[in-house]
Ligand binder design. Sequence first.
Ligand code: HAM
Length: 418
Amino acid sequence: MSDLKQSRPKGTQDFVPPDSERRRRAEDRFRHLAEACGYREIITPTFEHTAVFVKSSGETSDIVTKEMYSFKDRAERDLTLRPEGTPGAVRAVLENRLRLPCRLYYVGPCFRYSRPQKGRYREFGQLGVEALGEASPFVDAEVIFLGSAFFASLGIRDCTTQVNSIGCRECRTTHRDALRKYLLDRKDQLCEDCRLRIDRNPLRVFDCKVETCRHAVAGAPTPRQYLCPSCQAHFAGVLAGLDRHGLHYVVNDRLVRGLDYYNRTTFEYISASLGAQDSLGGGGRYDYLLEEFGGPDTPAIGFALGLDRALLAAPVAPAPPRRSLAFVVWLTEAETGAAEKLADRLRADGIPAQVDYDSRKVKGQFRSADAAQAACCIVIGPDELAKGVYSLKDLATGEQREVPSDTISAEVRALFRD
Ligand code: HAM
């Protein structure tokens, strides 16, 4: 006997119909919205050399220190299942020498080792865009608007868009010095992790959930108080752009995000209905990352939206009782060939069709049609073949009538309800 466990690994999910179909519809909607703004799809490997993530997400980030699925392959290479899409996309843009500016989007699974809970999984879906080579604040506004348009298209009503600016290298240095000084004065109120952060990455203290730390940073200097005139102007441009798109947003001075590559604009979409894991998605500018990867000096901005969380927050539309599927039913063995041929013809006309070859009795075939939630059955028997007709049964109403064989596709399509 094999000792294979009968359950999926912790933190993973199965998507069975109709949930798998709902998920795909959401992905399709995202693709449509992204393509409408000029983004084209990029598909990168699910795993990369570990250094790609360490270099970009940041050595002190939670992702790199605690959450990566890293392993050595059989040739002792250090590889990691992607915890996010941005580093791989940037690597691929440079490796494939894509012409800049370019707008790319991606849809796919990511992997993070963290404690599973509602909205937090070890394998989860991300939908992301990356606009590379565009510096205007109006691009930031358009990107932010695109993410919120996706959530609106899913019917999510309680999504709040938070925005902030953490400045460029120069303003970040002055802010970091001021923040360090402030935190050192309150070191005894900070948790152990945050004490280490003072030196390594003090901004991260803003993200700490420990009550005493939250209290300690309540009056801390915020990045926005230290913005240079150019970063101030950029942020004003972002907000003006958002106003023009008619997007309601909240400026959150403490929104610093958990990845190291950001500068200037950071943003996050929050849903009140999700509980502790309330971030539906987030992103920001990363104007230095391409250069740090050895590429040209290239401004860039992007976001990733959490597909699983979006689907948790979105209302579930009642599933249509019947699928757009025609079931071809044969009466005797002699009609199986005709059934097969008709199914092929319907499929060629763009109509999903299925035949049950196993059930010898009509009753059994109708039962299969019902299990598949088909919209209709098309019955072929010797009489029908002789007359050049089919019996078409609408499974929603039970109504059955004869239709001429040459109009069958149109008649079936008229019964489909979605
Ligand atoms: P992130 O904030 O780490 O950003 O992740 C984006 C979104 O992915 C989160 O807001 C959340 O909805 C979803 N997410 C993250 N971890 C999990 C999890 N364990 N389970 C379920 N959903 C999760 C990034 O990944 C950046 N690459 C975004 C970006 C793109 N910035 C610039 N370009």
